[in-house]
Design a protein around this ligand. Sequence first.
Ligand code: ADP
Ligand code: MG
Length: 243
Amino acid sequence: TTTTGVGADDAAHPGPGPRPGPPVARVRGHHRSFGTLQVLRSVDLDVAPGEFVALLGRSGCGKSTLLRSLAHLDPVPAGEVEVTGRSAVAFQEPRLLPWRSVHENVALALLNGEQRAHRHELAAATLREVGLEEKAQMWPRQLSGGQAQRASLARALVSNPDLLLLDEPFSALDALTRIEMHQLVIQLWRRHAMAVLIVTHDVDEALALADRVVVLDGGRVADTWSVDLPRSERTPEHPEIAP
Ligand code: ADP
Ligand code: MG
């Protein structure tokens, strides 16, 4: 099993960080209303290839609505939201299919793609990466909350996305498990050289993970903070990642 803290991982994988080139996601003047409720008034946001962005805001401010637009889960006005390359999503509730094994849940994500023929090897490799190889043949209900969230991450990662969208994925977990998950997500981000956009209402989580924190308020991007501190100095070192 992998036993690295964020610090050790920093050394082993210097990591991509934001790279030059066209953004993987580009949002301009994006607006969404539900009836008379204007949720997103005019949102502008770019995510660079390899960048780790946290979208921070209080509950109900429209974070999930924006993430659903980025994930193409909802129809959006033409020209307002462009995502280039592959994107994949993980939610706060793992949403695993209860009547399929953990392995099947991950492999199914490739059923309609180019990698269909390799889905079983890729699912096994991805479950190994998130530390769940020993749980592959179990049912989702046999997993702990943290393990289910690892499976959900594996299902998103198996398609090798350019942009990973995470909607409050760790909010329901206890504090120590959340630190383990932070370390895991940083490791995966580095290895896959993908961009990550994580939605959270937790300032500490945003500052622990992201290169850049985008604050959503009043239906707009109200503020942007860049975080320059090395990740190894941001969160307490957890002794082991033991799934
Ligand atoms: P957040 O994720 O920041 O907590 P959401 O994006 O889920 O906020 O919701 C923003 C606002 O839009 C809330 O007031 C919510 O009730 C409303 N809303 C979200 N989805 C819908 C929907 N499908 N129909 C009606 N109202 C919605
Ligand atoms: Mg939400």
